[in-house]
Unconditional design. Structure first.
Lengths: 143, 143
């Protein structure tokens, strides 16, 4: 989890990822849409490519100069549950008067999607009060 | 989601929250266990209290001076799906040779808990490829 937090532990990284998730994939578009400065955006995109969350893909539309866009890798796509859970927490506790900026939906039926907690023994949609963290094998001792 | 990211958008905030989640609740213990400097920790705890994620509670053990500990509020507890999803992403993509530092379990049966994606129409445990983000009513126009 330490490395995971290192990658996501700056607000601008999550902002950039969110843009790519909603389909804003070109440098200039991400810059305009997110408000992240060009310098910071350039650094963040390079870090997200280095970490294997995004890949930079060249493409060429008819009659125009070559362009690049950023696409999610499988590792980046695997952040859906994290971003979904964060979006629903934000919607619950910081309700925006305009409504949420992003809504995750099921591709097949367009119904809203939420992240919820499932136990391996088959108990579904656990309330948070029924979930407890245990130190795992990699936990630091509390000295 | 903007405010939500503002609160969580610094690595040290998530580190501090994780300590409180696993039951490390006193300033000195969080400082020692997390490695976050006293100054940064003091600022983060104040911010997390201001934002309503933690509450500072005085208690007194027999024969000792009064102490304080930090406890999760309902708003803080509601971050379980976010931290669970982040922990499982980290475990999958940055496998620590020692194993995960934290394992979320179901209080009743001790089975491991995961965050997964559910659609409101009843389709369960969606693969990430079946989930798509849609701009919500609060989305900024892509000008």
């Amino acid at each position: 989890m330490e490395r995971a937090m290192g990658v996501l532990g700056e607000r601008s990284s999550v902002v950039v990822l969110r843009e790519v998730f909603v389909g804003v994939r070109r440098f200039d578009d991400i810059h305009r849409h997110s408000g992240v400065s060009r310098q910071v955006l350039s650094n963040r995109l390079a870090m997200l490519v280095d970490e294997g969350l995004l890949t930079k893909v060249a493409y060429q539309a008819a009659g125009s100069r070559p362009r690049h866009e950023y696409r999610l890798t499988p590792k980046g796509l695997d952040l859906y549950p994290v971003l979904t859970a964060l979006a629903q927490w934000g919607a619950r506790w910081y309700s925006d008067p305009d409504g949420p900026a992003v809504q995750m939906v099921h591709r097949d039926c367009e119904a809203p999607v939420e992240a919820s907690l499932q136990c391996a023994a088959g108990h579904r949609d656990l309330p948070v009060r029924e979930v407890v963290p245990r130190p795992g094998p990699g936990a630091l001792p509390l000295s």
